[in-house]
Ligand binder design. Structure first.
Ligand code: C2E
Ligand code: MG
Ligand code: MG
Length: 673
């Protein structure tokens, strides 16, 4: 009520009292009504009654006490009624509020219950003793039960054989309150027996004091997703054609086997022999069928569950034997595989036989990585192929190392040319009569930055294989011709012949002849001071153009020698047809007459025949590898012309040859030592 309204009301009530007070009999009722109206008009402050009585007391005069009583009575009655009404409305509001809260709570509980009951996600609550308090239909039906049936169970009854032990340790620590949430992939047993794979999320529910009260689980059925994942995994780890584990699965298994570095691992690397010809002859469908059948036979050979047969691609398979007792066990399996494949295959009505080559290796993870082991097994398989196929070879670390450095040497060769790592030593060749130095044989060496000086046996064949032999041969010829020219300039009267070894593939190169001729012309050496040594094998291979090249050189005066004669075909009849000047008797021949004890009549007879025939053909004979005075003596007696060997000189650098040539002749002969 505004001040103006209050004034209006009070003015009205004052007027009423004025009217009433002047009336008679005493207007008790009207005064009482004014009192009541004051209270009804919400003038209910603590001072209202007191002040009103004080003012009215003076106003009412003689009848004041009676009228005041009436006023007070009227005021208090109305005040009391207002108060009661006021209290009542507060209580009603309170009740309404409580009811609303209760209704809200009921609603929210019903909502929660509906969510719990109808949720697609399996949900359950259990207490700290493992008693299942509640599960929703989704959870129960996932496992083939009704919710009530599951509520009769306890959590430990939900164990599955695939549960890893850590899972239950984790659950225990959750119960102890050490975690608030655990998430795992877990299998449950369906009522019908099969496994239901789920994503399980367990949360700990604590009370207001933080004490664990319940566990809440949320389970999602991932069986299908898991099956798909497993299918994809299977496909990624198995060969489509044969169904065998593939390369990637094999490497997984190998790293598991290698997890303990001291554990031994065995491998059989199997490659079918001439598989390509099956494809070519019978078509790819037959080839595929053969692979499928061979794969099945291989699988049957793997007698133990831990053996793994994998297809590495094409016609290559591997059998992994984790922790074999010994190498024999691995080799035994290789034998079994060979036997299993030996039976003919029935491929679309054709009977096919096929063999295999197998590399066998047994090793520890400490020695080799998985890749290295496989590489070694593969290399060993090629040894089996090289040895004639249809067999197994066992890995030999020494041979492996040799072949390994061969590959490394081969790769290092191009750079070694530019770095000038190849150089020549010369071995003197002396006349057997007077031991005068008449010739030197150029012997190439490789000063390898890490391996030191390598003999030609380590890299000449390699250069033939990798195509660097032409460059090597050209370099050797150039170095030898330059040294020869220097000796010729220094010692024109007794310039030694320089004998250079030439390999078959050099001679076969159509540009070789031109190169040799150019080198002779450029260095200006007398052609008859150059000798080319070719092995018997080289001559046998040299037909047509190569032989023509040798003839051309021979005609210009270049001397041609057959090297290591006697190690190959020793075809004496053939000698006459070659453009030859010298026959070099191979070391093994000479070695047989090393001492009086080792010599026998036949050896001497053979030597005598060769020397005699060679002479008859107008050729000279040089003996190699003369290591003893006895050999020198014998050879001299047999009529051998010249010789080289440690008995006279070891191979040496060019400047030492220069020193030897400079030594004064003793008794008219040069006897350099
Ligand atoms: P080769 O032509 O028969 O050379 C003789 C080999 O016998 C040399 O070995 C020499 O050091 C060794 N020798 C010399 N005297 C004795 C001895 O009294 N006892 C024994 N046990 N051995 C002796 P090297 O230098 O290791 O050469 C080996 C082979 O490498 C040579 O055999 C030759 O076929 C080839 N070769 C060397 N240099 C070249 C080259 O420049 N080009 C080509 N294509 N091949 C070369
Ligand atoms: Mg030689
Ligand atoms: Mg030789």
């Amino acid at each position: 009520m505004s001040t103006a309204q209050a004034q209006l009301l009070l003015t009205e009530l004052a007027g009423e009292l004025g009217d009433a007070a002047s009336g008679s009999p005493l207007p008790v009722d009207r005064v009482e009504a004014v009192g009541a109206r004051l209270a009804e008009s919400r003038f209910v402050g603590s001072e209202v009654l007191g002040r009103s009585v004080a003012v009215l007391g003076g106003y009412f005069g003689a009848d004041a006490s009676e009228l005041l009583a009436a006023f007070t009575t009227g005021y208090l009655r109305a005040f009391r009624a207002w108060l009661l009404a006021e209290q009542e409305s507060v209580r009603a509001a309170e009740i309404a509020a409580r009811r609303a809260t209760e209704a809200q709570l009921r609603d929210s509980e019903a909502r929660l219950r509906a969510v719990f009951a109808q949720a697609g996600v399996g949900t359950g609550i259990s207490d700290m003793s493992g008693r299942i308090i509640e599960v929703n239909a989704a959870f129960a039906h996932m496992l083939g039960y009704e919710p009530a049936e599951m509520c009769a169970m306890a959590v430990p009854e939900l164990t599955h054989p695939d549960d890893p032990p850590e899972m239950w340790d984790l659950y225990a620590s959750l119960i102890r309150g050490e975690h608030d949430n655990v998430q795992v992939e877990k299998a449950y047993s369906h009522r019908l027996g099969h496994a239901v794979w789920t994503n399980l999320n367990v949360s700990l529910i604590r009370d207001a004091d933080g004490e664990p009260q319940y566990t809440l689980v949320l389970v999602e059925d991932i069986s299908e997703r898991r099956a798909l994942r497993e299918r994809l995994h299977y496909r990624a780890h198995h060969d489509q054609l044969t169904g065998l584990p593939n390369r990637s699965r094999f490497f997984d298994a190998l790293s598991v086997a290698f997890a303990d570095p001291s554990a031994r691992v065995g491998l059989c690397y199997v490659d079918l022999d001439h598989f390509k010809s099956v494809n070519d002859t019978f078509g790819h469908a037959a080839g595929d069928e053969l692979l499928v059948q061979a794969a099945a036979r291989l699988s049957a050979c793997a007698s133990l569950p831990e053996h793994l047969v994998a297809r590495m691609g094409g016609d290559e398979f591997v059998v992994l034997i984790p922790h074999p007792h010994n190498l024999g066990e691995v080799a035994g399996l290789a034998r079994t595989v060979l036997d299993a494949l030996a039976r003919p295959f029935d491929i679309h009505g054709n009977h096919l036989t096929i063999t295999a080559s197998i590399g066998v290796i047994e090793d520890r993870g400490q020695h080799r990585t998985a890749d290295e082991l496989l590489q070694a097994a593969d290399t060993t398989m090629y040894w089996a192929k090289a040895a004639g196929r249809d067999r197994y070879s066992v890995f030999d670390a020494d041979r492996g190392r040799r072949e390994n450095t061969k590959a490394e040497l081969s790769a290092a060769m191009p750079a070694s040319f530019t770095r000038g790592e190849f150089f020549l030593d010369y071995q003197p060749i002396v006349g057997l009569g007077d031991e005068r130095l008449v010739a030197v044989e150029a012997l190439v060496r490789w000063r390898h930055p890490e391996l030191g000086v390598l003999p030609p046996g380590r890299f000449v064949d390699l250069a033939e294989d990798n195509g660097h032999i032409d460059a090597l041969g050209a370099l050797v010829l150039e170095l030898a011709c330059r040294d020869s020219k220097r000796w010729h300039d220094l010692f024109p009267a007794h310039t030694p012949t320089v004998s250079v070894n030439v390999s078959a593939s050099e001679v076969a190169d159509p540009t070789w002849l031109g190169r040799v001729q150019r080198m002779i012309a450029e260095t200006g050496i007398p052609p008859d001071r150059l000798q080319l040594e070719l092995t018997e094998r080289t001559f046998m291979e040299a037909e047509g153009l190569p032989l023509q090249a040798l003839r051309t050189l021979s005609e210009t005066g270049v001397r041609i020698a057959i090297d290591d004669f006697g190690t190959g075909y020793s075809n004496l009849a053939y000698l006459g047809q070659l453009p030859l000047h010298v026959v070099k008797l191979a070391g093994p021949f000479v070695q047989r007459i090393r001492t009086p004890e080792t010599v026998n009549r036949t050896d001497l007879l053979v030597l005598e025949t060769i020397i005699g025939l060679t002479h008859a053909l107008g050729l000279t004979v040089t003996a190699e590898c003369v290591e003893t005075a006895y050999q020198a003596e014998r050879l001299r007696n047999l009529g051998c012309d010249t010789a080289q060997g440690w008995h006279f000189h070891r191979p040496m650098p060019a400047h030492r040859i220069t020193d030897l040539l400079a030594e004064p002749a003793i008794d008219g002969s040069r006897r350099p030592r």
